[in-house]
Design a protein around this ligand. Structure first.
Ligand SMILES: *[C@@H]1O[C@H](CO)[C@@H](O)[C@H](O)[C@H]1NC(C)=O
Ligand SMILES: *[C@@H]1O[C@H](CO)[C@@H](O)[C@H](O)[C@H]1NC(C)=O
Length: 337
């Protein structure tokens, strides 16, 4: 094929798909999320955005006909393809559990409450935003450590993901390119502390060197627990008796990327839209039940790090007690003091 033919095909491929009726919506979305593109890139980004928008509209139409339990919404990730999204944001590396950790197992003697929500008790800080950096593992880890600090001191602490990103490389974490919550806890334990977000702020890049300040020990950790793999009952007991627990899920699907609550259906995300191959760190902050035409639907409450714009003000409710949906109990862990 001549180079000219190649160029011609590429140009047609970029521009032919754009829908002129979406011009105003595209401009509105760009201005809402402060997006700017060099001229030659705009058409390609708009094509991705239009494709995402059509898939979102299709899903929501099906939801309105009772086919799904949650809705989707266009958000700040609307110009990314599924592949780009997963490459940029889903940075949890499933671990062979080789680091020394204590095993949390379900006990028949434990009676858990019907509902738990650590947000209402002050254990959970406001939803954060990891930006275009696969540092979910660091956000999941600070979330569990923030819960532990509150449990021990009664005072809220907002902890530094950047401290974990810059300083836990030697344990096998890889900054914006993925890591492990257990190895983040290990860093805090071995290092003898973790800084607060205030003195060690998040910059969403992983090129700076470690600048931990030992004068600010905003969190401590002396032991690391992992929850029995795949056991939702053990996870429920951990969440009910310990506090917020770090979990990993499969967040690689389109529906996960654009998840939004729902008014008429339950708004609960289900395993039909994910696998059990986990790739994204989140924080389990509780669980509960909602009613759907006379039957009860149980769900996990998971804190995400994709800003409050995503999901239910930054949270996901995930179907619970349904054979480990999205692998939620596959890599659960928490720090201890
Ligand atoms: C962490 O441990 C150090 C040394 O014992 C202590 O000074 C600091 O207050 C602890 N931090 C928290 C949040 O408990
Ligand atoms: C649903 O849950 C409520 C309380 O959470 C309970 O009283 C009721 O019996 C449950 N219904 C069913 C059908 O399980």
């Amino acid at each position: 094929m001549s180079p000219w033919l190649g160029l011609l095909l590429a140009l047609l491929g970029c521009t032919a798909a754009l829908d002129p009726a979406l011009e105003a919506a595209w401009k509105g979305w760009k201005s809402l999320y402060a997006k700017e593109y060099p001229g030659e890139l705009e058409a390609a980004r708009r094509e991705v955005w239009e494709k995402n928008l059509r898939r979102i509209q299709q899903h929501n139409w099906e939801e309105s006909r009772g086919q799904h339990q949650f809705r989707l919404e266009m958000n700040h990730y609307g110009d990314l393809t599924d592949e780009e999204f997963n490459q940029l944001l889903n940075g949890f590396v499933p671990a062979r559990q080789e680091e020394p950790a204590l095993l949390f197992q379900a006990s028949a003697a434990v009676k858990t409450p019907a509902e738990v929500d650590w947000r209402a008790k002050g254990y959970v800080t406001p939803v954060k935003n990891q930006g275009h950096c696969g540092s979910c593992w660091a956000f999941s880890a600070t979330g569990a450590l923030e819960g532990l600090v509150f449990k021990r001191t009664g005072k809220p602490a907002v902890l530094s993901e950047q401290n974990l990103i810059d300083c836990s490389r030697k344990l096998g974490n890889n900054g914006c390119h993925g890591g492990y919550m257990t190895r983040a806890f290990q860093y805090v334990r071995d290092n003898g502390g973790l800084n607060s977000e205030r003195i060690y702020p998040y910059v969403a890049t992983d090129t700076s060197s470690c600048r931990y300040d030992p004068r600010d020990r905003a969190a401590n950790c002396s032991a690391i627990w992992v929850v029995a793999q795949g056991d939702e009952t053990a996870l429920e007991q951990a969440v009910a008796t310990v506090g917020p627990v770090s979990v990993a899920v499969d967040a690689s699907g389109f529906h996960f990327h654009f998840y939004k609550s729902a008014l008429l259906s339950t708004g609960v995300f289900s395993s039909a839209f994910c696998s059990q191959r986990v790739n994204h760190g989140m924080l389990a902050v509780g669980y509960g039940t909602s009613q759907d035409n006379g039957h009860n639907v149980s769900y996990w409450i998971l804190k995400n790090s994709w800003s409050e714009l995503w999901g239910e003000r930054g949270y996901l409710r995930l179907l619970k007690g349904a054979h480990n949906p999205c692998g939620v109990a596959n890599q659960a862990s928490f720090p201890w003091l």
